[in-house]
Ligand binder design. Structure first.
Ligand code: GDP
Length: 318
């Protein structure tokens, strides 16, 4: 059973990382070859919606429209979209949608995305001690202070659920939260504590790497990156390690509401988002999915849940 689950995960990872270009209709193929090198605008600045039902993804055809004159919008090429498995991208098909503030194309698996129930289940110190009921899970990881607890609380709409992982003795554990009695959100230890002794930091790395490499029910790591400041070396190292080890990863850019350039290192979140992707590009065979969020405005909340739903439903079916 465990072997089978692991095999499924491997198949899924391999698909995410090496998936062939989905077949395109002849017209869209033509579109693709002539326009692929053109710059598109992702609708990164479109106002976030508060309810899942209102999280309207963007028709992919709109990516071709001339961009509004906003200095902070992020250009993207069509080949930088994340196309989920079994999803066809056709520019003339109005049903092809991209999630707001992301490069993620919506697939037929995006359903049951609401969070109706969330509970803390367990803190584990080793991968072998984690819950063993075979439910799919998503791991949240990021530098300390990146906004991981805030995001977790925002996803489950509970003000203090993530405090559970911040209790003494739990900050260095793998903390499992069961959602809708059917899947897990996993809070992993933050990395990059400046004050931690070097030895201790190495231990944390070993600990989480073992989880990434051996947890057969892990559908995707969600790596949180602070978009209000320029990329940190440790974040780049983390992302490149995940890429090189073919661990499925989604980049979640946090604090995208912080727009004061001078205060935050001279760049807007959209610029930091672009810079980060450029810096990690070489480590990935295909563009990883990424999404812009803010726990203050709830930007990206519904979109993350839709993305998790489509990954999860695909994983469950295969
Ligand atoms: P953690 O250490 O990664 O769990 O980070 P926290 O969730 O505790 O957040 C660290 C700090 O960043 C706190 O002061 C939060 O209020 C702040 N913060 C978290 N998310 C956001 C966000 O989306 N926007 C802004 N402006 N601040 C945030």
């Amino acid at each position: 059973m465990a072997v089978l689950a692991h095999f499924q995960k491997l198949q899924f990872s391999a698909f995410l990382l090496t998936r062939a270009q989905p077949p395109l209709s002849s017209l869209s193929r033509q579109f693709n070859s002539t326009l692929c090198s053109k710059l598109y605008r992702l609708p990164a600045l479109i106002r976030p919606q508060s309810a899942l039902s209102a999280a309207e993804p963007i028709p992919v055809s709109q990516l071709l429209e001339p961009p509004p004159p906003a200095e902070t919008q992020s250009p993207i090429t069509l080949d930088k979209l994340f196309i989920p498995p079994e999803t066809q991208v056709s520019l003339e098909d109005p049903t092809t949608r991209v999630l707001k503030g992301s490069n993620i194309v919506l697939s037929k698996y995006a359903r049951d995305a609401q969070v109706v129930q969330a509970e803390f289940v367990k803190s584990s110190v080793r991968t072998e001690d984690c819950p063993s009921d075979g439910s799919p899970e998503f791991a949240l990881v990021g530098r300390s202070n990146v906004g991981k607890s805030s995001l977790l609380n925002s996803l489950v709409r509970r003000k203090k659920l993530a405090l559970t992982s911040k209790k003494p003795g739990k900050t260095q554990c793998i903390n499992h939260f069961r959602i809708n009695e059917s899947w897990f959100l996993v809070d992993l230890p933050g990395y990059g504590y400046a004050s931690a002794p070097h030895e201790c930091r190495t231990d944390w790395a070993k600990f989480t790497k073992d989880y990434f490499l051996n947890r057969s029910t892990l559908v995707s790591v969600f790596l949180l990156i602070d978009a209000s400041i320029p990329a940190k070396k440790i974040d780049l190292e983390y992302a490149s390690w995940l890429g090189q080890n073919q661990i499925p990863m989604t980049i979640v850019f946090t604090k995208c509401d912080k727009r004061k350039k001078k205060k935050n290192g001279g760049k807007h979140p959209e610029e930091n988002v672009n810079d980060f992707q450029e810096l990690i590009r070489g480590y990935f065979q295909t563009t990883p999915p990424w999404i812009m969020t803010s726990s203050v405005t709830n930007q990206g909340r519904d979109e993350i849940l839709l993305h998790m739903a489509q990954l999860r439903n695909y994983w469950l079916k295969h």
